[in-house]
Design a protein around this ligand. Structure first.
Ligand code: ADP
Ligand code: MG
Length: 886
């Protein structure tokens, strides 16, 4: 049919390509989607497709293609790698066909995702005093906006972006050229940055677009109708981008939600990473808090649980309601398990609503809608029938969606759809009898014609007396009568021979031909009718996108609440008492560590007189775990769930900030001292008296003198100015004296039991500072050679008793003295009168080989107070190597 010559295809491709700013174009050519030229090379490499050569107008072009039905998985792979892919479809016309780009699939508008995670497209607008952000998930129809203003607007906007982890970001005209901002977006998200028409961000146009989508009243009721609002500009741009890319899902974006940053507990990017909410520091999902807590039955539930963990709340009412629901589920195991069992029959209704809205659902999808809608009354009844659930807010939650409409739509789908429909929507067989009169009539006629053929052989046999007569149908010949060779003499004269086979002859008759034409006509008509009916049914479902989303959200929420209850029951967690301030955790545990370790429970108590805890204790005694446990219990309380403790009272916080010293992070291949200090500065700026601050060995990434000075000053500032609830683990024992000087600072230590030089960590946190340093013990554990460990103990003893150490075997016998003077807050080094027989030990000790001796000399001669822990570590490694060789 094509009027375009073969060679012209590449020309057509290249001209379509020049119309789009997508990275890759694929063009339908008959039954295939083809890629040509550079795009073919690219997909050859990225998708491992076969690339062949196509000659066109004397030149040769690379070409690659996939069958029509297989485009989706390839599209998905390309888009997930960050490419924006334009799809040009072929349309039949009177005189041939035309091709045009029907959609551009981008990372933020990909409908065909198979991941259960939310997939956000974000719009970012910067105004004088802050930012407007819009987040749309085309796969579920979720649409959220927020405005961020104030002194740290930059940082907080980036935090929100990190939290939503968008797949694609549309920077507005004001941030488009801010390289440092864009760089930070790239650092914190995996998003593709896409340039969208600057006009779409203009206040007038964007407001119009947003009103059109969500209604004028919605904007007014959310207070977004001012016209200049940055969030409306971001929203308008996102909407127009979704429209322009042609995903066709605008219909599923039914509701505009506006949130304020102070609805949620602030969790900056570093904190989310440190607390290992959704993945561990090593990037594994296993071992994250989410992974530990997740007992959900549905993918929508999983998505919502993740959202809850990443967005803990600050409203007492809301949290108490969630708690009551978790408690109710925790107490009624039987009903809970029954409900979870039903939930496992539910599919992802939010996703299905988007699919229907975009017109890409098939009959199986609508059956999934039918089955998922059926879950609502089942679980609602189960809640009604369980006395302890009925009296909880669960009953209200289950009653939230319009149950009558859900049942009605379910009934409609059940009446319409056959139980085993075909996989394509152009094939007949999708509908039940009785659904549509006209369709039934066609089916009846079709069937009576089929019946006529089915019985034809019998009728002909008795009429003609031919014993071996069959009626059959194949692709090339259509229907035919087949008669064995021996009986061809008996065929009546109206039989018209069409084909001779080895043992038989095939015939047709005029009537047979007519019946056949009738059957083909009816089949075609049936296909058309069913396709039309299906589109109508799909549109009815799409019209109820909001209902589907309501039911989907409710089921997801029940799933999450039940999942939290399951975890609480299985692990002996308790319902925390929520308070305005303070913190009192009895026998608390770390929610993740307790899964794999015989955990030693700990207490923590903080209140107005006890706001700042300095946590000391040996290396590996559990300081970091203890502090994270406090942060996680606080977070879990503000998710609305139970917590790992025997008893807990948790004061609500407005933000959780954590910082782990550069040394600890360095071990994991990240971060520098510079980053450590930047983040410390961010905490000192952002934390308020309602925040929880966790500092773990901050200041450790630099030489002792600097480090302790920074730690000292930060403590004073947090205590005096910010007044945040703070836990600070430090190996600078000097800091513990601060408790004597500052009223709200208290010391706690992780206790260790020492007998015969062997240390057993009790991991019980007690009041008061620790009095020992166990670095040497850890060196011992790490396999540092015995003579070195022994000599180190010696050196430490002398340092401790006399604050002086001699340089054994060094050029000078003058002892070096290091004293930390708390009065002046400075170190002083002197070389005064300490005296000791420097050779006494090596004289009386065992004979050592020269290399060991040399290492010991170096150790003894070292000015420990002057060296950073990082240098020290590499020194120890070097010594180990040398001693191994000795
Ligand atoms: P620190 O920060 O004091 O060096 P960590 O918090 O890193 O120590 O803990 C060291 C090890 O001890 C970790 O493997 C941790 O899982 C384990 N641990 C910490 N606290 C406890 C506890 N209360 N009960 C059992 N094991 C613990
Ligand atoms: Mg630690």
């Amino acid at each position: 049919m094509s009027t375009v010559s073969e060679g012209g295809i590449v020309g057509e491709f290249l001209s379509l390509k020049s119309e789009t700013d997508a990275d890759v174009l694929t063009m339908q050519v008959g039954d295939f989607y083809e890629f040509f030229a550079d795009d073919a090379e690219l997909v050859g490499e990225v998708l491992d497709l076969n690339v062949s050569q196509k000659s066109s107008h004397g030149s040769s072009y690379p070409m690659a293609g996939v069958p029509l039905s297989e485009l989706t998985p390839y599209l998905k792979q390309l888009v997930e790698r960050g490419y924006r892919v334009a799809v040009a479809d072929q349309h039949e016309t009177e005189n041939g066909h035309t091709r045009e780009i029907s959609r551009v699939v981008t990372p933020g508008t990909l409908l065909e995702t198979t991941s259960a995670d939310a997939q956000y497209l974000a719009g970012v607008v910067r105004v004088k005093d802050g930012y407007g952000l819009a987040f749309a998930d085309v796969t579920t129809g979720r649409f959220l906006v927020t405005a961020i203003s104030g002194p740290d607007a930059d940082e907080r906007a980036l935090t929100e972006l990190y939290r939503f982890a968008p797949a694609e970001v549309l920077p507005g005209p004001d941030v488009r050229n801010d390289d440092s901002f864009l760089e930070r977006v790239r650092e914190r998200t995996d998003a593709s940055l896409s340039v969208h028409d600057a006009n779409a961000f203009a206040p007038g146009k964007a407001t119009h677009r947003t009103r059109e989508q969500f209604g004028k009243e919605t904007l007014a009721s959310l207070g977004l109708d001012a016209g200049e609002g940055a969030e409306v500009r971001a929203a308008g741009a996102v909407l127009s981008y979704v429209e322009e890319t042609g995903a066709g899902v605008l219909g599923s974006m039914t509701r505009l939600q506006s949130y304020r940053a102070d609805d949620h507990v602030e969790l900056d990017a570093t904190t989310q990473r440190n607390l290992e909410l959704t993945e561990t520091m090593h990037g594994d999902r296993n071992g994250s808090l989410f992974d530990t807590l997740d007992h959900t039955k549905t993918s929508a539930g999983r998505r919502l649980l993740k959202e809850w963990l990443q967005r803990p709340r600050r409203s007492l009412d809301l949290l108490r309601e969630r708690q009551s629901n978790v408690a109710a589920f925790a107490e009624s195991a039987l009903a809970r398990e029954e409900i979870r069992e039903s939930l496992s029959d539910a599919y992802d209704l939010e996703r299905l609503a988007s699919k229907a809205a975009s017109g890409s659902a098939d009959a199986h999808d609508l059956l999934r809608v039918r089955d998922s809608l059926a879950v609502l009354p089942t679980v609602a009844d189960a809640i009604e029938n369980a006395p302890s659930l009925t009296s909880s807010p669960l009953a209200e939650l289950a009653a939230r969606p319009d149950r009558e409409r859900a049942v009605a739509l379910r009934g409609e789908l059940a009446e319409a759809l056959a139980d085993d429909p075909p996989n394509t929507v152009t094939q007949g067989g999708m509908f039940r009898r009785g659904y549509d009169e006209e369709l039934d009539e066609i089916i009846d006629q079709h069937e009576s014609n089929l019946e006529w053929f089915d019985t034809l052989a019998g009728r002909e046999k008795s009429r003609t007396g031919i014993a071996h007569l069959q009626v059959d149908r194949n692709k090339t010949d259509g229907y035919y009568l087949q008669v064995g060779k021996s009986e061809t003499g008996k065929v009546p004269e109206e039989y018209e021979a069409v084909k001779t086979l080895k043992n038989s002859e095939r015939y047709v008759t005029e009537e047979l031909r007519e019946r056949e034409r009738e059957i083909l006509r009816l089949e075609e008509r049936r296909g058309e009718m069913e396709y039309e009916l299906f589109q109508r049914l799909q549109a009815r479902v799409a019209d109820r996108a909001e209902l589907l989303q309501d039911v989907g959200r409710t089921l997801a929420e029940l799933d999450v609440l039940a999942s939290l209850a399951v975890h609480a029951v299985e692990n002996g967690w308790v319902r925390p008492e929520l308070a305005e301030s303070g913190l009192d955790i009895r026998q608390g545990r770390h929610p993740v560590v307790e899964q794999t370790t015989e955990f030693v429970p700990n207490d923590v108590r903080m209140d107005d007189d006890r706001e700042f805890l300095i946590v000391t204790g040996p290396n590996m005694s559990g300081k970091s775990t203890y502090m994270r446990q406090v942060a996680l219990i606080t977070l879990l309380a503000q998710v609305g769930g139970f917590v790992p403790a025997r008893e807990a009272r948790v004061g609500l916080v407005d933000g959780i900030f954590t910082r782990v010293g550069a040394l600890d992070e360095l071990a994991q291949g990240r971060s520098t001292f510079m980053v450590e200090m930047q983040e410390l500065s961010n905490i000192l700026h952002s934390a308020t008296e309602d925040s929880l601050v966790i500092l773990d060995e901050v200041g450790r990434g630099t030489a002792t003198y600097d480090g302790i000075s920074i730690a000292w000053a930060a403590t004073e500032y947090l205590h005096n100015e910010v007044r945040a609830k703070t836990l600070f683990a430090t190996h600078y024992h000097e800091l513990t004296t601060l408790a004597d000087h500052l009223p709200r600072v208290e010391n706690v230590h992780v206790s260790a039991d020492e007998r015969d030089g062997d240390v057993t960590f009790l991991r019980t946190v007690r009041d008061g500072p620790t009095n020992r340093s166990y670095g040497i013990h850890v060196a011992d554990l790490a396999g540092v050679p015995v003579p070195v460990v022994e000599r180190s103990r010696d050196v430490l003893d002398k340092l401790r008793k006399e604050k002086a150490i001699e340089a054994k075997g060094g050029g000078s016998n003058d002892p070096v003295q290091a004293v930390f003077d708390l009065g002046s807050g400075e170190f002083q080094r002197t070389g005064d009168d300490a005296s000791e027989d420097v050779d006494a030990e090596s004289d009386g000790g065992p004979e050592l080989d020269p290399e060991t001796e040399a290492v010991l000399d170096e150790l003894a001669g070292m000015e420990v107070a002057d060296i950073s822990p990082i240098e020290l570590m590499s020194k120890v490694q070097e010594w180990q190597k040398r001693l191994d060789g000795a």
